[in-house]
Design a protein around this ligand. Sequence first.
Ligand code: UD1
Ligand code: CA
Length: 409
Amino acid sequence: MSDKVAIILAAGVSSRMNTRLPKVLHEVTGRPMLAYVLDACRSVGVEKIYVVVGFGGDQVRHRFAEASDVVWVQQAEQLGTAHAVLCCKEHLKDFDGQTMILCGDGPLIRPGTLKTVIEKHEAEQAAATLATAVLEDPTGYGRIIRDAYGNMQGIVEHSDCTPAQRAIKEVNPSYYLFNNQVLFGALERIKPENVKGEYYLTDALALIITTGHKVVAVTAVRPEEAVGVNSRAQLSVASKIMQRRIQQDLMENGVTIVDPDNTWIDARARIGQDTVIEPFVYIHGEVTIGSACRIGPFAFLRHGTVLGDDVVLGVFTEVKNVRLDDGVRARHHSYLGDAVVGKNVNVGAGSITANFDGENINQTNIGDDCYIGSGAVLIAPLMLEAGAQVGAGQVVSQDDADGLREPRR
Ligand code: UD1
Ligand code: CA
């Protein structure tokens, strides 16, 4: 076993979300929240991640079935965050290393924050280290209690705070690192003596301090990174913050985004240098865009789209599960679905692939240098050879396709 493991808490029922879907499967910019938290653990070298599931646990396991570094732990009854961690006891009771604990509803965690926590923990030789944030509006979060010297004394949950404690703006985003043996020692002693009657993980810190161990709280979390998703409103806030990060990264990598507030780009999208994204573009799913493309305004790029270089997709163009090679143009009002389109193909205004026959989705192949006139309907399955010309308004099925060598504009 490596010297560092992680526990991610993801068993809660999430009544505030008013949902039947497990909370951690709700998506932020196209990925389930849990995916981000898992990635954050991996980014700091954690090789084994215990994910505590309960409500909808089977769905969560199913969605992450390929994650070979995850050990699933069932929490049958949701008795609180400390109880959730205790569910990992059979796996970790003999483990002598460090245990990182994160919540599955905190997708905005950054690897850099975890690195800071680890470094601080090791430099201070602490038994527990947590990262904190200072929020203008700390409502709902556990408050960090410090003494007159600034030493951490414990955490008090929002609903258990005195009016004076409520005024504290330093909060607990739930990013912790513990000495594993000290952690499990403290968990055994936590009692559900609070307004909610739950076993609170946050109580572990005061208990660890009273047994003479060192607890360090490092104010290392930017306010926008601390957002925990407990409601649909917070889900939209987290999504917006993630969207800004995605766009920031793309712009640093040489992509022009003309109007960031009116553009939505999935976390899984890859976009090449000098591509310009015009306003009101929506990119959803695994989408790859080459260099020097021009996308939008008002284009919808869906899952499975791969664009070469110098591709132009204009106004009200929708693409899904397509490969468009270099130099393809589809400037106005087209739909291309389940197609492979060769180099320099021009798709005229209003032309579409009729890819669904009512029962099956069928494939369209368009060779290099084809010319598709305006308003054409390409009935799949269809194979157009290189250089084929489809006239304006033509409805083309495979039977017609062979006679399309002559220019018919
Ligand atoms: C928790 C912290 C709070 C912190 C906030 C940050 C506690 C007691 N409080 O509050 O200090 O400011 O996160 O976002 O820890 N869960 C389980 N099993 C349970 C209960 C919860 O797995 O029995 C999971 C939930 O699915 C969730 C996470 O633990 O992913 C946190 O639980 P939640 O109820 O959201 O706690 P908060 O009230 O947000
Ligand atoms: Ca929460």
